[in-house]
Design a protein around this ligand. Structure first.
Ligand SMILES: [Zn+2]
Length: 125
């Protein structure tokens, strides 16, 4: 089965670092379950809103520089962590194939962020 991104997902890839876009696109070809890009590049205004709501913990988000994307399984069930985990495994596999170091927010211990993927700060400043 092959999936194709919706126009909405494509729009959210605009302004995202090309290496991360490559990873996301390869992941889509490897994925067993369809997924959507729900956020990419973010304005400072939007980031401030998210922090105020408690949806984000930092004003130093990688979304502000196009180094992060938020992906969710499609159709999304926010209670099914296993589906986020499976998507993360697929994205990690794609990143490995392309030799692009990424970090999954679901691996964070303090604030687990299942949809969040970013380019590793160590290699991408
Ligand atoms: Zn995010």
């Amino acid at each position: 089965m092959t999936f194709k991104f919706s126009q909405r997902s494509e729009k959210h890839l605009t302004g995202v670092h090309p290496d991360l876009v490559k990873v996301v696109r390869l992941a889509l070809t490897l994925a067993k379950q369809d997924f959507s890009v729900i956020e990419g590049l973010r304005t400072l205004e939007r980031q401030k809103e998210l922090v105020a709501k408690g949806a984000s913990k930092t004003l130093n988000s990688r979304h502000l520089t196009g180094h992060a994307v938020d992906l969710v399984p499609y159709p999304v069930n926010w209670d099914k962590w296993s589906e986020f985990k499976q998507l993360a495994d697929t994205v990690k596999q794609a990143a490995k194939q392309l030799n692009v170091p990424i970090v999954w927010g679901g691996d964070w211990t303090s604030f687990k962020d299942g949809p969040h993927f970013e380019l590793d700060r160590a290699e991408y400043k």
